[in-house]
Design a protein around this ligand. Sequence first.
Ligand code: HEC
Ligand code: HEC
Ligand code: HEC
Ligand code: HEC
Ligand code: HEC
Ligand code: HEC
Ligand code: HEC
Ligand code: HEC
Ligand code: HEC
Ligand code: HEC
Length: 319
Amino acid sequence: MRKTKTIRIFQNALFASLLTLFLLAISAMLQAEETADYFANKNYIGTELCSACHRDLAAHWGRTTHARIFLQNPGNEIESRGCEACHGPGSEHISDPVKADGILRFTNQSGHAVGVQNRQCLQCHQGGNRIHWLSSVHERFNVGCSDCHNPMANFSSAGLLARNGINETCFMCHQDQRSQFRRRSHMPLLEGKITCTDCHNPHGSTTRALLKTDTVNQTCYQCHAEKRGPFLFEHAPVRDNCLNCHSPHGSNHEKLLITARPMLCQQCHTALGHVNELLTRGGLASGSRPDPRLMGRSCQNCHAQIHGSNHPSGARLHR
Ligand code: HEC
Ligand code: HEC
Ligand code: HEC
Ligand code: HEC
Ligand code: HEC
Ligand code: HEC
Ligand code: HEC
Ligand code: HEC
Ligand code: HEC
Ligand code: HEC
């Protein structure tokens, strides 16, 4: 009885996974077909013709990295197509320039699926930083390469971005984060010292929040290496995750802390003992008048080495 049930479960699982694979294959084929359909019966006509009508745009584009390579030193056939390396074959477009889908446009109104648009860029930019692009949160939410990039001119000093800098490009959609960086204590991002891509890879990564490295702590250690240790006496929550106590962008508590001290510490240290006595000096009955030693840096007046200690007698993080 049990055996047949197990087999049935196994069969169902096998069937489900085969079905998923099949559906995935179909959707990939459909997308490929969509591109193929769209390019069917069209020919490449060359950059000179495009530039004749789109003179200003072509002049701006002519000063970008792409143009320098595509026009002067193409490494392969796709690059030598110039404008059409991205916009696809233009023969139908020149016979009827107003026809909406005569040429590939990188806008959401154009009727060309974002996946088809992105595929044009991915012809040449697969792998590397984009190794996790497919199924990244941006890809899944239909964000296109052209939402962040505008390769038609040098709007940014590097990276062919849609705005004049990385942070401004991200703020187009992530307004909440802009306000986090305006809080009383914050990472010096609006001051121009760091950018979103110091911590995030907008093209996708192995972490949920698109972090550049494998863990939150690795990301922080890039610049705060002294917090990595090794320490003789570690403080467990520090090793576990900096975000146990800090918010990554900004906070209204000092030093980017998620909450004020001593509450910060007492989220985890609630045991009876001096921790409680310090808070209710004179005993619970006399009300909660905190010990003066809890003012200011509170617990850290005594436990100063909160990130870890290298002192032989620093087990309580005192020194
Ligand atoms: C005969 C002149 C002419 C030629 C040659 C030409 N275009 Fe156009 N193109 C136009 C006109 C006119 C429009 C505007 C149509 C409209 O407003 O819908 C246009 C629109 C476009 C658009 C869409 C613009 C938008 O606002 O979304 C793109 C992209 C484009 N052209 C790219 C190209 C490329 C690439 C080539 C070369 C393969 C090319 N064009 C060649 C005249 C031309
Ligand atoms: C590297 C890929 C790439 C190349 C090469 C390229 N384009 Fe574009 N083009 C784009 C993208 C992406 C957009 C959408 C930009 C945006 O977000 O506004 C665009 C937008 C356009 C538009 C409409 C929007 C506008 O800015 O008016 C026209 C017209 C156009 N391109 C023509 C050309 C012509 C002509 C050439 C060659 C001289 C060319 N493109 C080369 C990627 C490219
Ligand atoms: C035909 C190949 C090809 C296509 C298509 C292509 N690129 Fe590129 N791209 C290159 C090459 C080659 C370079 C320069 C070398 C490098 O950085 O890899 C480059 C560089 C870049 C850079 C860095 C430029 C800089 O100045 O820092 C960005 C950003 C970029 N491409 C984005 C895009 C986007 C977005 C698209 C699609 C709209 C696209 N590319 C389409 C070949 C291509
Ligand atoms: C959410 C915004 C965003 C999206 C979407 C995005 N990019 Fe980028 N991309 C950036 C930023 C920001 C940089 C600059 C990174 C830096 O300088 O640290 C960049 C840099 C690049 C570069 C040059 C440096 C490198 O990583 O090689 C290329 C090439 C590139 N992007 C291609 C693409 C392609 C292709 C797509 C679509 C599949 C895409 N990007 C989608 C934001 C984005
Ligand atoms: C065109 C709009 C757009 C732009 C521009 C954009 N994003 Fe996003 N981003 C989204 C959407 C949509 C999501 C998924 C929904 C959400 O979490 O808000 C997302 C999600 C994210 C997430 C993950 C959130 C989570 O918890 O899963 C991070 C991190 C992120 N973006 C960083 C960036 C960075 C860094 C840039 C600039 C390089 C950027 N984004 C530019 C639209 C955008
Ligand atoms: C100092 C590193 C750092 C910088 C700089 C940074 N982030 Fe983050 N970001 C993080 C970390 C760490 C997380 C949280 C990861 C987690 O919860 O696991 C995060 C989370 C996010 C999320 C998910 C939602 C949230 O707020 O928790 C978004 C969206 C996001 N960041 C966007 C941005 C944007 C946009 C910028 C630039 C304006 C930026 N980040 C700059 C480290 C950074
Ligand atoms: C790209 C470098 C960089 C990365 C990555 C980085 N930081 Fe910072 N951090 C800085 C700089 C720069 C300052 C400002 C230092 C100063 O003003 O003396 C700072 C300041 C701080 C401060 C003190 C804020 C204050 O109000 O004094 C804390 C706390 C902090 N970072 C925590 C983190 C955490 C947690 C992470 C990981 C999510 C992280 N940092 C990742 C560069 C970085
Ligand atoms: C148990 C809570 C806690 C954890 C977890 C924690 N911190 Fe802190 N951190 C603090 C407190 C409290 C302060 C304020 C110290 C002060 O006022 O003397 C601080 C201050 C800082 C500062 C600014 C002052 C300084 O010492 O340079 C930086 C930078 C910092 N932390 C980085 C990190 C990093 C990186 C991690 C993860 C490896 C981390 N913190 C994990 C509690 C914590
Ligand atoms: C996210 C939970 C968490 C937070 C917040 C936290 N701690 Fe801890 N702390 C721990 C854990 C877990 C240990 C290890 C306990 C053990 O090894 O028995 C520890 C150990 C300690 C120790 C050493 C005690 C011993 O028995 O070795 C001291 C002292 C300490 N913490 C003080 C603080 C102070 C002060 C704060 C606030 C700045 C704080 N902690 C915030 C979880 C936390
Ligand atoms: C006046 C100095 C002082 C202050 C303020 C102080 N502690 Fe302590 N704490 C100590 C000493 C001394 C020990 C070591 C006791 C021992 O080794 O037996 C200790 C031990 C600890 C321990 C280890 C377990 C225990 O109870 O013995 C923890 C956890 C701890 N403190 C947390 C805190 C927290 C949380 C705060 C803030 C609410 C705080 N301390 C404030 C002096 C202080």
